[in-house]
Design a protein around this ligand. Structure first.
Ligand SMILES: *Cc1c(COP(=O)(O)O)cnc(C)c1O
Length: 354
């Protein structure tokens, strides 16, 4: 690939790869040898640098630490069957990154720096891409307000960093989720559709309380009436009701998940019935009563599909049938896995081969 962006590269002399047990990976534990760093100063993005991964030095008045201008992405690179490297849906991740940055009034990273930065970084650390089917190299781009000045204001300086790390395929056991009626994650007009730091910090307390009550995650409801389901923890949510794959419609309080979009596209292609429409808590209760609901699952890059086994609604637990290879969620997940690894034709042009 012909690169448009000048990227300075300083390679490490001490790779840490020998410390990794690729047969027993843990999500978020290991970080690859290099990172990309690029600064935005006086209205322009400077030359990106790839340097050995290491700590940052921060002035205590760094604006991001006080007023929360931070935005991230989460995506994955895979080693394909034929040995090539695939960054799944790079384009769509970039577009979402831009939407998040714009919502937070932050400098937008140019596409060449994003795409070529990821390409160079992943090429350089390609030994870190797990070979085992389903495992992947997680890619974490992040931008934060790096200007040191403590008045409340939109920052004029930003730092863009990309680092990566090997992660396992999460074969999650079905989880227990609780319909959250007191706390909310996002409201109309808010920042729910952006991948900005504050959305996650604000979700920890309700999640912790749900854990104390014996659940793994919360099912967020809308901010106005606490009546319509929005997302499952930090994942989009799907239900199978009357053999139809149903998910709440996108709005400014629901994150436009790349996995959500991939699942819907594949389901339609396989001629499953799909609906993007509001799902109320009453509808779920009725669907349990009549047996119309057969599956519920979270959807996100980390697990692709996280099956839900139990939904707690206002103090009562409702159980879903066991998941099998025949479940719609399992079939869709398998299809995505096959497409990403090159075992199936990339008909939607989702693979970015580097
Ligand atoms: C990242 C995220 C998702 C899932 O998005 P993917 O692109 O599929 O990984 C869903 N909801 C929230 C709140 C998220 O932050």
């Amino acid at each position: 690939m012909e690169l448009l962006t000048d990227i300075n590269v300083r390679r490490t002399t001490q790779s840490k790869i020998a410390e990794v047990d690729f047969a027993d990976l843990e999500f978020g534990k290991h970080i690859s040898d290099h990172m990309l760093v690029c600064d935005y100063v006086r209205g322009e993005w400077k030359t990106p640098h790839i340097v050995p991964f290491g700590n940052l030095v921060a002035n205590p008045s760094t604006l991001a630490l006080h007023y929360g201008q931070t935005v991230f992405e989460g995506m994955k690179a895979f080693r394909m069957n034929d040995g090539r490297i695939n960054v799944f849906r790079m384009e769509k991740h970039y577009k979402r990154f831009v939407r998040s940055l714009e919502r937070m009034c932050m400098a937008v990273v140019p596409k060449e720096i994003f795409v070529e930065g990821i390409t160079r970084l992943v090429q350089l650390d390609q030994a870190w891409i797990p070979e085992q089917q389903g495992n992947a190299l997680y890619i974490r781009p992040v931008v934060f307000a790096s200007e040191a000045k403590f008045g409340v204001k939109v920052a004029e300086e930003y730092r863009f960093i990309i680092f990566t790390g090997p992660v396992p395929a999460l074969y999650a056991d079905p989880i227990r989720v609780k319909v959250e009626r007191d706390y909310i994650r996002a409201a109309r007009g808010g920042t729910g559709y952006a991948k900005c730091g504050g959305n996650y910090g604000g979700a920890f307390l309700p999640t912790l309380q749900a854990r104390q009550q014996g659940y793994d995650q919360v099912l967020w409801t809308d901010a106005r009436e606490n009546r319509f389901i929005e997302e499952s923890g930090m994942m989009n949510v799907f239900f199978v009701i009357n053999d139809t794959l149903v998910t709440p419609p996108l709005s400014d309080s629901i994150l436009d998940g790349i996995t959500r979009d991939s699942l819907l596209t594949i389901a339609r292609d396989l001629a499953y019935k799909t609906e993007e429409r509001p799902v109320s808590v009453e509808e779920l209760k009725n669907a349990f009563a009549t047996g119309a609901i057969t599956e519920a699952f979270g959807a996100g890059t980390a697990a692709v599909v996280a099956p839900i086994g139990t939904i707690g609604i206002d103090g009562e637990d409702y159980a879903l049938p066991a998941y099998t290879k025949m479940s719609i969620s399992s079939r869709l997940k398998l299809k995505i896995d096959r497409l990403r690894s090159g075992r199936e034709e990339d008909r939607f042009n989702w693979n970015y081969i580097i």
